[in-house]
Design a protein around this ligand. Structure first.
Ligand SMILES: [Zn+2]
Length: 374
């Protein structure tokens, strides 16, 4: 069994679902890093529930110097169905390793540890860094914290996510908002005494569909689909069948393409609400933007992407899911997202990563470190 497979079996067996402390994963990694080669700094914080979360920055060379390459990986996972027994009792079967986080994204972490353990790090002439973060799956909280602390500078960064070993140089952003529609409750036998929040919400939803159409006219051919998508994912309204509903909430998300103001969709929605208010003066609706993650903008340079393209023999691409790369913008000059496994097998029971990709990823990281830091 290879180093990265043994390591990944260990890592998956340490549960680190986002609400839990990720400290045990950080401790495992600290134990594996040779103190003669690495200086380590911890960036702990407490989450909203008071649970301790820890980010780790490990560097070779002088920690005050700008690193040449940072390998970035989150340590938390999404939750798992308790009925899935292999979730934290990982198994290897048919050339795949099954377990929660095997693909997203402990597989990449195992490759980081395996590749760096093969190298004589004291002989690198330019510093290498490892950055481990908490709470990625609940909004890149750890990455934002690290960026806010300016915890390191690195010319290049590889952020681990399952991309099937294809280097990714840009990604869509993510925004989440709620529209709160207020009406007036009354007995349903006397609707004239009330004002239905659900009727108003229905008017708004059809306008949201128009806003989505408008967003689709601005294209960025690097993406599939090539425009900012908008989704109305949830509607909650009313209290009983015989009450005219007094409130209705609409949850809407959009994924802005790079180069477009992420607030563009919010402006379009506000515009539609204003037009509806003109026609229906009683309409009471408020848009609250709850989350606004910028897009992962492509870098001005392409050295890193070129190195990883040639090592992986895969052309670079883009992703439509959010990653920590967008938040590390202030710390790096060029960032790519890269890692073994496919995002389509992550975030569900039966998550796995192919052993062959783990093996290739370790070799690619080792070669990339030699090429960039030697
Ligand atoms: Zn991930």
């Amino acid at each position: 069994m290879t180093n990265e497979v043994r390591t990944l079996l260990d890592l998956v067996a340490i549960p680190s679902v986002s609400p839990m402390s990720n400290r045990p994963v950080i401790d495992y990694v600290l134990d594996r890093l040779n103190p003669d080669a690495w200086s380590t700094r911890l960036y702990p914080y407490r989450d909203a529930a008071g649970v301790e979360k820890v980010n780790l920055v490990a560097t070779t060379g002088n920690p005050r110097d700008t690193a040449e390459l940072a390998l970035v990986c989150h340590t938390d996972t999404v939750p798992f169905d308790p009925a899935w027994s292999e979730a934290v009792q990982p198994v290897v079967r048919d050339g795949k390793l099954y377990g929660r986080g095997s693909c997203d994204v402990k597989g990449f972490l195992a490759c980081i540890l395996a590749s760096t353990s093969k190298l004589d790090l004291r002989r690198l002439s330019k510093p290498l860094a490892i950055v481990l973060t908490a709470d990625e799956e609940i909004g890149c909280v750890g990455a934002k914290f690290i960026a806010g602390q300016a915890a390191l500078r690195s010319r290049y960064a590889i952020v681990g996510e399952p991309t099937g070993l294809r280097p990714v140089r840009a990604g869509k952003g993510y925004a989440l908002a709620e529209i709160i529609v207020r009406g007036k409750e009354s007995h349903s036998a006397f609707p004239e005494q009330g004002h239905s929040a659900i009727y108003d919400a229905a008017r708004i939803v059809t306008r949201l569909e128009q806003a989505a159409k408008k967003l689709s006219s601005r294209k960025n051919a690097a993406f599939n689909p090539p425009y900012t998508t908008l989704n109305v994912g949830l509607i909650h309204g009313g209290t009983a069948k015989n009450i005219v509903p007094g409130e209705c909430r609409i949850t809407v998300e959009w994924r802005p393409i790079p180069g477009q103001d992420p607030m563009r969709a919010a402006a379009l929605i506000e515009n539609q609400l204003a037009r509806l208010r003109e026609a229906n003066p009683k309409l009471d609706a408020q848009l609250q933007v709850k989350r606004l993650d910028p897009a992962f903008e492509p870098a001005a340079t392409d050295r890193l992407v070129a190195v990883v393209q040639s090592l992986s023999r895969r052309h670079s691409g883009t992703v439509s899911f959010g990653t920590e790369a967008a938040h590390l913008h202030s710390l790096t000059e060029e960032t790519i997202v890269f890692g073994p496994g496919n995002m389509e097998t992550a975030h569900k029971s039966g998550e796995f990563v192919p052993l062959a990709e783990l093996n290739q990823c370790t070799a690619i990281l080792e070669a990339a470190i030699k090429k960039l830091c030697a």
